[in-house]
Design a protein around this ligand. Structure first.
Ligand code: ATR
Length: 280
């Protein structure tokens, strides 16, 4: 039963209909017997400020923020974590007794799942990131805390990749797709942060299959489909592959911990998402 003591966590985005977060978090609340519910709210840009004020007014305990509000939401919050500030986007809000704190768990979620699934030691590794949007920012910022050799950001729009490069404290380079051939075969890790390869564009990949080497880890943040063309190509070349599902699960794990101070079971969260995907 839901009553006035039930803790509500909201998802604020537009659209939110296809999100798998409600399923993932509600299954976990139930498994841990925590009196919380996760509810999706479809909020248009013009209503964002009122929606955020509503978190306080309704004593909603926390929220996830998704496309297209991750950047604009920042101006309505009381405190922004240093990580979210550096990334320039918020995906998680905690309502701490009326103070709204913004966090970003995307980068941390991504790196945790990369290490967990591939067992890679990031020391001295060279990384190529495809794309320079919000996800690339979060991932490169978190990877920048590891002792990598370098991060190369490849994007159509050089201004955006330069901006990310300039904010990193480790060796970094901004390149475009005409230059990638000179770098890609030597990279240890290739990460696609663009939507290329996402349903319905199943036959698209930003890099040629022949460029992929068997020593490489090839990672895609797309999880719809679970195996993109990039990952299929990488598998057939003998590379280690890492799909976008792990990032989605672990950004949720870290958000869950911030709302409840309880560590959820990533395996159970993953299974509930896989169930939802298979039902679709
Ligand atoms: P997100 O916040 O999810 O990262 P985004 O901010 O829209 O999404 O960023 C998407 C990134 O994917 C962008 O860097 C975009 O390239 P541009 O900056 O040049 O626009 C990149 N991207 C999207 N579609 C692409 C395509 N067909 N080819 C190459 N890059 C693409």
């Amino acid at each position: 039963m839901i009553n006035s003591k039930t803790g509500i966590i909201g998802l604020i985005g537009h659209p939110v209909g296809h999100s798998l977060s409600p399923q993932m978090h509600n299954r976990m609340f139930k498994a841990l017997n925590i009196d919380y519910r996760y509810v999706a709210f479809d909020v248009e840009e013009s209503n964002l400020e009122d929606a955020i004020k509503g978190i306080k007014a309704l004593n909603i305990r926390g929220a996830n923020i998704t496309i297209p509000h991750k950047v604009n939401v920042m101006k309505y919050l009381d405190i922004i974590s240093s990580e979210a500030k550096a990334i320039g986007a918020v995906n998680t809000i905690v309502n701490q007794n009326g103070t709204l704190i913004g966090h970003n768990t995307d980068g941390e979620g991504y790196v945790r799942s990369l290490i967990e699934e591939t067992k890679i030691d990031l020391t001295d590794k060279g990384v190529i990131i495809l794309g320079a949007g919000g996800a690339a920012k979060a991932i490169s910022y978190t990877l920048g805390n590891y002792p990598l050799k370098e991060i190369i950001i490849c994007n159509r729009n050089r201004e955006k990749s330069m901006k990310i490069k300039n904010n990193l404290e480790i060796d970094a380079l901004a390149i475009d797709y005409d230059e990638i051939i000179h770098f890609i075969k030597k990279a240890d890790i290739i990460i696609n942060t663009t939507s290329v390869g996402m349903t319905p564009n199943l036959n698209q990949s930003l890099i040629k299959k022949e460029w992929i080497q068997s020593h490489q880890v090839v990672s895609d943040i797309v999880y719809n489909p679970l195996e993109t063309k990039l990952l299929k190509d990488a598998s057939s070349r003998g590379a280690t592959v890492h799909s976008g599902l792990g990032m989605f699960i672990y950004q949720g794990v870290f958000a869950f911990e911030k709302w409840t101070e309880i560590s959820p079971d990533p395996e159970l969260m993953k299974n509930s998402v896989l169930d939802a995907i298979q039902k679709d």
